[in-house]
Design a protein around this ligand. Structure first.
Ligand code: ZN
Length: 275
């Protein structure tokens, strides 16, 4: 997310922090007060809880920690879908729980830690640096998240950021897509990658295959809204159309480009693909 530090200037007004809503069997989401960021909690019947993207502001993290206690959830693991700063925040209440990420994501976060911490501080001050980005690398051959709850299948790809991975929760037919498959955001390329367009095309194929393999009926993006199976298909098609328009030098996706910071990201994509 560091690339968006000057851009994602949505409504920063602090309003009451929304609480969790159950969107599939044992899968709960809550929306942050900025950037339509979605927090996901995967909750086992015995109360163990896996947290993905726990929120952005300190007030949100506090609210999530209190709500988890109130609901009887024990946060025993976290998962960072990718190394951008808004996905590696954490709360002291959950110290001791490993925060899994792919080894590539851990390495990328280590490289950009100082800049990411500064970006986080500028957007939402007060996070404890000791908790920021303390990720644990998954074994390279891990196909499932090592945690004491429902099976969580790791779906690795190379789009948007180094070491990005989605999770599929087969028991709930749910795909946690990280910063992919958003209804609000255009496909955001990793402009530092050697071939960001091909990475993105391949990632959409990978996600589509994983969704088909597990009969996914619910998609949860990192930013945007929860969708059903039909919406997942619509987003895959919309993102592919965007990528092809970008590749052909056309302006894609008039709807999503109405958001100023996304128009700016699109401009950067065009610039990057010239070289
Ligand atoms: Zn991101």
């Amino acid at each position: 997310m560091r690339v968006f530090s000057s851009g994602r200037a949505y409504d920063r007004a602090m309003t009451a922090v929304p609480t969790f809503t159950q969107v599939a069997d044992g899968i709960w989401t809550a929306t942050a007060t900025i950037w339509t960021s979605l927090t996901t909690a995967v909750v086992a019947p015995h109360g163990a809880c896996l947290l993905i993207d726990p929120g952005i502001s300190l007030a949100e993290l506090d609210a999530r920690a209190h709500e988890a206690i109130r609901r009887g959830w024990r946060v025993t693991a976290g998962f960072a879908t990718h190394p951008h700063w808004d996905h590696v925040l954490w709360h002291q209440a959950w110290c001791g729980a490993p925060r899994w990420a792919t080894a590539e994501a851990v390495e990328a976060q280590r490289r950009t830690r100082d800049a990411d911490l500064a970006a986080a501080d500028a957007a939402t001050p007060g996070h404890d640096p000791a908790l920021f980005g303390r990720l644990t690398a998954l074994p390279a051959d891990a196909t499932e998240l090592p945690w004491d709850g429902p099976q969580a299948v790791i779906v690795r790809h190379r789009a948007h950021a180094p070491g990005h991975a989605a999770l599929v929760l087969p028991h709930a037919a749910t795909l946690l897509a990280g910063d992919m498959l958003s209804d609000l955001e255009i496909p955001l390329l990793d402009t530092d990658a050697a071939d960001p367009l091909d990475d993105y095309r391949a990632a959409l194929d990978t996600l589509e295959r994983a969704a088909a393999d597990h009969g996914v009926r619910t998609v949860i993006p990192g930013h945007g809204h929860v969708g059903d199976g039909a919406e997942l298909a619509r987003r895959l098609a919309a993102d592919r159309r965007s990528l092809e328009a970008l590749a052909r030098g056309r302006t894609p996706d008039a709807d999503r480009l109405r958001t100023p910071w996304l128009a700016e990201e699109h401009r950067k994509h065009v610039e990057r693909l010239r070289h």
